[in-house]
Design a binder for this molecule. Structure first.
Ligand code: SF4
Length: 363
């Protein structure tokens, strides 16, 4: 694996998916048994993963199984929830106490950790020691939207590695600059993105959108650039992403990425029950056996169009799903299955960013 590689797997069995990806990228070749490995999920608050805010414990369990199978012994789970919640409560509610007991893995509450103050550029940042001390830091964010920064994934997840007082200060600094600078001093070795079920609008969940995939990459900027496209944003939309690229943290140009995609099974048909918000967004959509990876991208794309005032201007029906294979139908098709539509978007699945562009071009 090199910095430009992104590994993507689709499916509904997270333990099997993550182990298959880690095997395919041969993570073990980068590790040695004496390493101190820290796993940093997103447990922003005490809310189970199916609500769309927190990292699936099954992904973390799969990573631990893989590491143990490769004789790694010093593994810990580190996290500091947001100031409105206690990390200890999040560990319990999100299923991490069970993992800790089952695998004998310590849970380290960064809200109680000591920290160092480090100068970077023209600001000083406080970072928790347990995050800095890891020999190999695995960042395990959730791909989701965010009400202030629009998008949260690999770079922003590192905000869980700073003291609570610092989290408040980041808001006074406008979030984007300290998030970008933090990524210069807190080096992540691997990013494993939970894109199974992240939220449509808010960091704290409540409107999960099933997307059924896991993404791995070393470069957090490239990972975020790719993941933001999956929910309909470009790198230009996300200020901290652009700034991190300018600071030399990584590469945001997706044309430079080598994307390796795997299916563990037939792409799964969407099973999630639409919230009222999703039902409103998709009122013009005719879905027929649509995969969750495709349908989830469309839901995010429609949300972006609602935000920029374009949603109500779309008059054509939007068609999506395997049920349209080989059928000639009127409307705008999303994905390869709708290739008999006069106007359709290639991809299996296409990204939300591509869907936004197609729909905007057809207003
Ligand atoms: S194009 Fe068809 S097969 Fe591919 S993800 Fe979309 S619905 Fe599924």
């Amino acid at each position: 694996m090199n910095n430009k590689d992104l590994y993507v797997i689709y499916g509904t069995k997270p333990i099997r998916m993550i182990k298959e990806l880690l095997n395919n990228m041969d993570l073990a070749s980068q590790l040695n048994p004496g390493m101190k490995i820290a796993l940093k999920p997103n447990l922003v608050l005490a809310s189970p993963a199916h609500e769309g805010a927190t990292t699936s414990p099954l992904i973390v369990e799969g990573i631990i199984q893989y590491l143990k199978e490769h004789n790694i012994k010093d593994i810990s789970i580190i996290e500091g929830s947001w100031v409105g919640d206690r990390t200890s409560r999040a560990f319990k509610v999100c299923g991490y106490e069970d993992i800790s007991r089952k695998y004998n893995i310590p849970l380290i509450d960064l809200q109680k950790d000591s920290f160092q103050e480090i100068s970077v550029g023209d600001i000083r940042l406080k970072i928790c020691n347990k995050a800095l001390e890891a020999d190999y830091l695995i960042n395990i964010p959730v791909l989701k939207a965010h009400c202030q920064t629009l998008f949260t994934c690999a770079l922003k997840n590192l905000k869980g590695c700073i003291p609570d007082s610092e989290k408040r200060r980041y808001h006074t600094l406008g979030l984007h600059k300290p998030i970008a600078y933090l990524s210069r001093v807190l080096k992540v070795d691997l990013n494993i993105v939970d894109a199974l079920n992240g939220d449509l609008t808010f960091e704290e969940g409540g409107n999960p959108v099933q997307m059924d995939r896991i993404i791995i990459g070393q470069d957090p900027v490239l990972v975020d650039s790719y993941c933001s496209s999956l929910i309909g944003y470009t790198k230009e939309d996300i200020s901290y992403l652009k700034l991190a690229e300018e600071l030399g943290v990584g590469e945001a140009d997706l044309s430079k990425a080598n994307i390796h995609e795997y299916d563990t099974e037939e792409k799964n048909c969407s099973t999630f029950k639409p919230s009222r918000q999703v039902a409103r967004l998709t009122r013009n959509v005719d879905a027929s056996d649509a995969c969750s990876a495709c349908y989830g991208g469309l839901v995010h794309a429609l949300k972006r169009l609602e935000e920029n005032g374009s949603l109500d201007k779309i008059k054509s029906k939007i068609l999506i799903g395997q049920g349209y294979k080989g059928q000639r139908v009127d409307g705008i098709g999303i994905g390869n299955c709708t290739s008999k539509c006069d106007n359709y978007l290639k991809g299996c699945p296409p990204s939300a960013m591509e869907i936004v562009k197609l729909l905007e071009d057809n207003i």
